[in-house]
Ligand binder design. Structure first.
Ligand code: HEM
Length: 196
């Protein structure tokens, strides 16, 4: 007979999968109901925000596992990281297709003229190898180097914050400041554990 714990375990991943899709469903629904004056900007902003938020959530998997003894949460790490990458892909795709109309020269001009775009591209390029190597085969193949590679998620998250902060207008600094404080707290905790 299947026990209650097994049912909960079995439902965990599908539930988190659906929850991770909610931001996309929400913004698409709002767009379909003409709730935004500028729908392209709305999807661009929402996908960027969720890429960053899910990246931060991924960084919390190890601390939560440690603080509350939640061994099960480690099973969600890969999915959360891949969803962060999924939203980053969507963000880039919307920008390329709807803002730059897939024009190579417009993309190069934006990369050269707007430093926050350059930083965004650096973050995306950095996330790419992490996403590609997030499978068991790569873990086995890369051995110790896998961990070293995936430590890059920390500087990349810092750069994603730089990307966000660079283009916020005036008083909207509260959100990046909250992310920054949380991230610094997390980094201090990680380093103190490494030193111990
Ligand atoms: C791939 C290269 C990237 C490009 C070309 C790009 C471009 C942009 C643009 C044009 C905006 C401004 C949206 C607006 O207000 O009109 C933006 C906002 C943002 N991007 Fe990116 N981005 C890139 C990568 C990333 C990545 C990898 C992340 C996170 C992991 C990210 C997170 C954000 C966030 C959080 C915002 C602010 C959204 C808001 O206003 O609330 N971006 N990005």
């Amino acid at each position: 007979m299947i026990g209650r714990n097994q049912i909960i375990k079995g439902m965990l991943k599908p539930t988190v999968f659906l929850v991770c899709l909610l931001p996309l469903a929400q913004v698409l629904l709002a767009v379909s109901q003409n709730q935004f004056a500028n729908p392209v900007e709305a999807i661009l902003q929402s996908s960027g925000e969720w890429a960053l938020r899910l990246l931060m959530v991924t960084l919390f998997v190890t601390p939560l596992q440690f603080w509350f003894n939640w061994a099960w949460i480690a099973r969600l790490r890969r999915m959360l990281g891949l969803f962060a990458f999924f939203y980053a892909c969507l963000h880039l795709l919307i920008w390329l297709a709807l803002e730059q109309e897939f024009s190579g020269s417009a993309v190069v001009a934006a990369l050269l003229e707007k430093p926050f775009i350059t930083v965004g591209m650096v973050v995306f390029t950095g996330l790419l190898p992490l996403a590609v190597t997030s499978n068991r085969f790569a873990v086995r193949k890369l051995g110790r180097r896998w961990k070293a590679l995936h430590q890059w998620v920390y500087p990349l998250t810092v750069l994603a914050l730089v990307h966000l902060t660079w283009q916020v207008k005036g008083s909207d600094l509260l959100e990046p400041v909250i992310y920054l404080v949380v991230l610094i707290g997390l980094l201090v905790w990680r380093f103190s554990r490494v030193l111990k």
